[in-house]
Ligand binder design. Sequence first.
Ligand SMILES: [Zn+2]
Length: 270
Amino acid sequence: MPELPEVETTVAGLRPVLEGQRLALVEPRRADLRRPIPVDLRQRMTGSVVTSLSRRAKYGLIETDRGDAMIFHLGMSGRWRIDPVELEKHDHLLLETVSGRRLVLNDPRRFGSLDIVPLSDLEKHPPFATMGPEPLGDDFTGAYLKAATRDRKAPIKQLLLDQKIVAGLGNIYVCEALHMAGIAPRQKGGAISKPRYERLVMAIKQVLTAAIAAGGSTLRDFARPDGELGYFAKDWLVYGREGQACHCGALVQRRIDSGRSTFYCSQCQK
Ligand SMILES: [Zn+2]
């Protein structure tokens, strides 16, 4: 499942193909993904020039000179294919630039989404309207997180997955960052001290930055015709390592909390 670093890597991979380019063709190849694809997406995007690409939480934004942003979400299985030789069954959106590049959004499970929103309305758009700060942004600090979780009795892991507190953090990165910071996933949010929150924020930024760097090197491998963007493997410290040794010698444990696996080390994390 693509997480924030994969989306960041995807946007970085699309940028050299799309930025500054006029779109000759924008063709949705079905009516819906997780929800309907806007009926005016084709008309609003076709003929426009892509002015910039960016990421917000786990959404990619493709902005045009008409003042619109096409917003994509990769869901569980979405990925972009660059200059595909031929189209496949699950290619649900086709883009062609005037310069002759082709991109397709492929999503077999169709949990992804496509929207088009005027840039002026972006902050009011539902996924963004109530979102907390970006985890890699300067306003995501230990002091912020301490204030945002004040008096909260919920476990810190659950609070970090709440998009209103911080945007775009997924299960893998939360498990890894809590381990790196030495904080038990079940610790009550309101009970964690400010220095520990400072350590946690540093760990979150570090684990995301390392994954984005790893994605960047994967991207270079895929920077070829018919390349695919979106996924890369990484060696985790606790995630997916139940029963294996932590660096402290104890065994990594797994617990299921509200349907999600939590991986942690009860010796390192208090
Ligand atoms: Zn340990």
